[in-house]
Design a protein around this ligand. Structure first.
Ligand code: ADP
Length: 273
């Protein structure tokens, strides 16, 4: 398979990986512990290879729902926030169990939009991230839904992942979703849709493709993934969008046996004659 993805992974030392709720959860809306375990095992291989990993993990609401199923239909914002508070504990416990066999510890970081707008908070976040990673701990980041009412929400973890990648000066951002990559139209509606393997110019691709809605648990949709790519690439960080639930996805991407979309950083001399 002719893809840039293995080279991007091989060349990156600091990798930020975002995992969407649909990737973490089964069809019935429960966190899939086997997925987490396999993911932790693959992450460990990369760490032993000298790489550093930070994870942005969605799934608090999903985990909350499976703990308190009778709240499923309560749309009230306070119930939603309460559900995330309940589910966040479950989510982190699941991650803790997944990394335990690898003898790796995890750390929880919950962030809001304000945190990225205040220079002192930003500095503290950066220092904490560097310290954790240097000590071999896996930071697992999520939005702090308890304090994030609509007006102050980052709103989706694609944006949170891109912001954190910039803050941590990552070499590569990987977004794992329930889709193989960027298509010219939503493949869930159009089976004939074609995967775009490489993107060098996000503004152009945005005007060429059609962006369908989001799915069950996700809040972002493909548009926020393009925004995340634009943000990362503008700071010189390439991004990979790939399917997280294919067999040992991280390994397969590194080996070049799984497809995905690579958003590449154009060389500063491109287009210069
Ligand atoms: P996640 O929960 O993983 O963040 P989202 O549900 O927010 O994922 O967004 C991914 C979804 O976006 C895909 O499952 C797909 O149905 C939809 N989508 C719409 N348009 C496109 C497109 N052009 N290419 C790929 N996916 C698309």
């Amino acid at each position: 398979m002719d893809t840039m993805i293995p080279t991007l992974i091989a060349n990156a030392r600091k990798i930020l990986i975002k995992i969407g709720s649909n990737t973490l959860a089964d069809q019935d809306g429960r966190i899939n512990p086997l997925f987490l375990e396999e993911f932790a095992a693959q992450t460990t291989v990369l760490i032993k290879d000298g790489k550093q990993i930070v994870i942005v993990s969605s799934g608090a609401q999903v985990a909350g729902l499976s703990t308190l199923g009778n709240w499923a239909r309560k749309q009230d914002i306070h119930y939603k926030q309460a559900l995330c508070a309940i589910g966040q504990v479950e989510l982190m416990a699941a991650w803790g169990r997944a990394f335990a066999p690898q003898q790796l510890h995890i750390a929880q970081i919950l962030l809001t939009r304000d945190d990225f707008e205040d220079s002192i908070r930003t500095l503290n976040m950066r220092n904490t991230l560097f310290t954790l990673v240097d000590e071999g701990i896996i930071p697992i980041i999520n939005e702090n839904d308890t304090v994030s009412v609509e007006e102050i929400k980052i709103g989706d973890n694609d944006t949170l992942a891109a912001q954190t990648a910039v803050l941590w000066s990552a070499d590569l951002l990987i977004l794992f979703s329930d889709i193989e990559g960027l298509y010219n139209k939503n493949p869930k509606e159009y089976p004939e849709a074609e995967l775009v393997p490489e993107v060098w110019d996000i503004a152009t691709i945005r005007s060429q493709i059609s962006l369908g809605g989001t799915n069950n648990f996700g809040t972002g949709g493909i548009a926020t993934k393009l925004d995340a790519a634009a943000r990362a690439v503008s700071y010189g960080i390439p991004m990979i969008l790939a399917h997280g639930r294919q067999h040992r996805a991280l390994e397969a991407l590194a080996a070049g046996t799984q497809r995905g979309t690579a958003f590449l950083v154009p060389s500063p001399l491109q287009g210069v004659k």
